[in-house]
Design a protein around this ligand. Structure first.
Ligand code: NAI
Ligand code: MG
Length: 365
């Protein structure tokens, strides 16, 4: 049977960018014999409108069973005053939590045609292709004790960085598996010089590394890592780090390359029966209410998220590369959505035109 893909377009520009991904999916079915059992569902505000909840149990169950989930974006001003328990983002949080998606993958990829967009020198970012793996479900954002307490005559704010060996082990394994499929280089970042959790992190990652002798493992203090990321990011292939450092490093790395409309992501969990991890793919951007409904959204982040699904959930690395190269070609031809415009007076294409151009480039590939 065909691999299954659950599509949750969500709110705002989510359905607009997802419509372009559907064109790409159809192209693969018609031209490459790559067929998916695609089904759609509601998440976020649109689910609340229909069912009074941002994610129904039924959709949750379908997500658990799918080989991969592809999500657009959730939220919007219409839902800003809803009770916290039914806010759109709760739908997304429930998916991440119940699927136990502990590894967040954020690529920082620079298409040559957009290298001028970076705030860094062109040769520092041109051709950049690195991946940050951030631990997503533990660490200082969750550790106990936490809270604001009275101590003497003042208050103290407390958070606890806490990692178990098994939490480090599983995210390290995800990162090594990725490194095996990429450049076979992994850099682990922590602060073992000043943090106990960092000492344990380094020990466990080193131990897991023995199962991956082909991967060249290095360790870096996270602050030095931040410097190296800005100085010469191409020295890295895969970086693995904890929740807090990963939050900062992945946002910084993302901006090495430019627009929010270009950034895909994946969140991976434990391997399923087929050996592939549970997975949710989504663009980094939100529902962009300021441009929703106007055909202005850049669909590339969502299309690149589907490329990640091809590579990491469906074992179609070559087809993922084909798709990325089609996007590279379209950009090299000067096709731009409004968010990618510089000062040079190029007329932007619409969301749908960008999708058509990508499909044309696929056909020419
Ligand atoms: P946003 O990412 O939606 O938009 C930030 C800015 O980037 C806006 O000016 C927007 O027009 C632009 N932008 C974003 N994606 C774009 C694209 N594909 N093409 C062209 N321009 C694009 O973040 P913002 O404005 O902070 O949040 C808007 C709503 O989205 C809120 O309700 C927020 O809660 C939600 N949100 C949802 C996320 C998700 O579903 N994972 C993530 C972030 C925000
Ligand atoms: Mg962040």
């Amino acid at each position: 049977s065909n691999p299954s893909l659950l599509i949750l377009p969500g709110d705002g520009i989510g359905p607009e960018v997802m419509a372009e991904v559907r064109k790409v999916i159809d192209w693969y079915g018609e031209n490459r014999g790559l067929n998916f059992d695609v089904s759609e569902g509601l998440v976020g505000g649109c689910s609340y409108d229909e069912h009074g909840t941002p994610l129904t149990d039924e959709t949750m169950a379908r997500a658990q069973e799918a080989d991969a989930v592809l999500l657009g974006a959730v939220g919007g001003p219409k839902y800003d005053n809803l009770d916290f328990s039914v806010k759109p983002e709760r739908g997304l949080l429930r998916l991440r939590k119940e699927m136990d998606l502990f590894a967040n993958l954020r690529p920082a990829q620079c298409f040559d045609a957009l290298a001028d967009f970076s705030s860094l020198k062109k040769d520092v970012v041109a051709g950049l292709d690195i991946m940050i793996v951030r631990e997503l479900t533990s660490g200082i954002y969750f550790g106990e004790p936490r809270g604001i307490i009275e101590e003497g005559n003042e208050r103290v704010g407390i958070n606890t960085q806490r990692y178990t060996e098994s939490e480090i082990d599983r995210v390290a394994r995800s990162a090594f598996e990725l490194a095996m499929r990429r450049g076979k280089k992994l850099c682990s970042m922590e602060k073992a010089n000043v943090m106990e959790s960092g000492v344990l992190w380094r020990e466990v990652v080193t131990e897991v590394g023995k199962d991956y002798p082909e991967v060249e493992l290095s360790h870096m203090y996270a602050d030095a890592g931040a410097m190296q990321l800005c100085r010469w990011p191409k020295q890295f292939d895969v970086i693995v780090t904890d929740n807090l450092f990963g939050d900062l490093l992945s946002d910084a790395a993302a901006m090495l390359t430019g627009s929010l409309g270009m950034l895909p992501s994946a969140s991976l969990g434990a391997p399923m029966a087929n050996g592939r991890p549970k997975a949710l793919y989504e663009p980094v951007h939100g529902s962009a209410p300021d441009i929703a409904g106007q055909g202005k959204a850049n669909p590339i982040a969502c299309v690149l998220s589907f490329a990640m699904a091809l590579r990491y959930s469906f074992d179609q690395g070559d087809e993922a590369t084909r798709l990325e190269q089609a996007i590279e070609k379209v950009l090299a031809d000067g096709v731009r959505t409004a968010d990618l415009l510089g000062e040079d007076g190029v007329t932007p294409v619409s969301t749908s035109e960008m999708g058509d151009k990508i499909v044309e480039a696929l056909t020419a590939s």
